[in-house]
Design a protein around this ligand. Structure first.
Ligand code: SF4
Length: 185
């Protein structure tokens, strides 16, 4: 038989007793293709976006992120990710991702870049100033020691230890009573 004829998909199907939906129907070019995760390393993680905590497989190669996919072994999500979780690859790689702290001064129309350390100091200064200005020691003869002027909303993927420290600092340390978490919303 001519060599070219033996490659004819119909003959291959008959010879290999296949139904034409598997590799017998693929061209050599298709067979030579491989996915970008084929030779990547993989690590297990959890989607950072909400309190459901779907399992993710993080594929990486030579220190670079290659793909993020649902983890079929996760008892929570069984390989599924919602559109937000499925797009989390872009959380790290998108060209328009903000990587610098931006600050817009009161009444200004412009954003300026400031160092992270300066931004953290500014937040701390404002929190402390608000706390000092609004702290109530006593009301109606009853000691209450609190402020309702500052609130904190935690992220859904904060773990137990982080939430414990947040509660200690904000409620016990600063007297804040409005402390909640996005996982409850
Ligand atoms: S994949 Fe969607 S549902 Fe699952 S944790 Fe992420 S954001 Fe939540």
């Amino acid at each position: 038989m001519f060599a070219w004829l033996s490659k004819w998909p119909v003959l291959r199907q008959i010879r290999e007793r296949k139904d034409g939906t598997g590799v017998e129907a693929m061209s050599e070019k298709t067979l030579a293709m491989h996915t970008r995760i084929d030779d990547a390393d993989v690590a297990r993680s959890i989607c950072p976006y909400c309190g459901v905590g779907c399992g993710q497989l993080i594929f990486h190669k030579e220190g670079k992120l290659v793909s993020i996919e649902g983890d079929p072994e996760s008892p929570i999500s069984q390989g599924n990710l919602c559109p937000k979780g499925a797009a989390s690859y872009q959380l790290l790689t998108h060209s328009r991702r903000e990587t610098k702290v931006k600050y817009r001064a009161p009444r200004s129309k412009e954003w300026t870049e400031i160092p992270l350390e300066r931004a953290m100091d500014m937040v701390a200064e404002r929190v402390w100033e608000s706390r000092k200005r609004t702290f109530v020691h006593e009301q109606g003869g009853i000691s209450i020691n609190h402020t309702t002027a500052i609130c904190h909303l935690g992220g859904a993927t904060l773990d137990n230890e982080e939430n414990y420290l947040i509660k200690k600092l904000f409620t016990g340390g600063l007297g804040m009573v409005c402390v909640s978490n996005q996982a409850r919303i």
